[in-house]
Design a protein around this ligand. Structure first.
Ligand code: SF4
Length: 181
């Protein structure tokens, strides 16, 4: 019987949620027995090569490329999970949401004391993704099926949720898995 297929991606995040995923340590061996990875930075497969059962998304959407990747995940994954606070509510990148985009760009590229006066230029190459007016959580762009809270969610939480979904068990996310004190 074929194994369930999973995929992962990082949008506007810090890769900490991926690091937490890898923090399942020795369980990585049973995980590889249990599932097959498709598009993911973990195996460096860059494009979907088959339908995916569970997609895990880290990070929110701060630019047009994030939106494109997220929509592609929604189209290719039967179940989509927002992993971590950046995916669920924008997280740290969303701190810019209270400041108009133009001011953010001017502060970063024109006014910052670390910018050489000769290099004061807001990047506008057409190859660059378009920066969005604010950082959006994933569920404001596409339908998201599950949310795993934390910054990052613990390895045990990711493990429990993922194995439950691929084995068809109900999610049993006990208090010790989702408390952060
Ligand atoms: S939720 Fe935390 S660990 Fe995950 S991508 Fe955002 S800042 Fe990094």
């Amino acid at each position: 019987m074929s194994k369930p297929v999973i995929a992962t991606a990082s949008l506007a995040g810090c890769f900490g949620c991926h690091m937490s995923f890898l923090d399942i340590d020795a369980k990585i061996l049973p995980l590889v027995e249990l599932v097959e990875f498709n598009k993911s930075p973990i195996d460096d497969i860059k494009t979907f090569t088959k339908p995916v059962d569970v997609g895990l998304i880290e990070g929110g959407c701060c630019n047009s490329e994030n939106v494109h990747v997220l929509r592609s995940f929604r189209e290719n994954c039967k179940i989509l999970i927002s992993v971590g606070e950046c995916a669920i509510m924008g997280g740290l990148p969303a701190l810019r949401n209270t400041i108009p985009l133009k001011e953010c760009l001017e502060e970063a590229y024109m006014a910052s004391p670390t910018v050489d006066p000769a290099d004061r230029l807001i990047p506008n190459d057409e190859e660059l993704p378009i920066i969005l007016d604010k950082v959006y959580p994933c569920h404001e762009i596409v339908k998201v099926d599950y949310f795993l809270p934390g910054c990052p969610p613990s390895a045990d939480l990711i493990w429990e949720a993922l194995t439950a979904l691929v084995e068809g068990r109900p999610l049993n996310l006990t208090y010790d898995l989702i408390k952060f004190d």
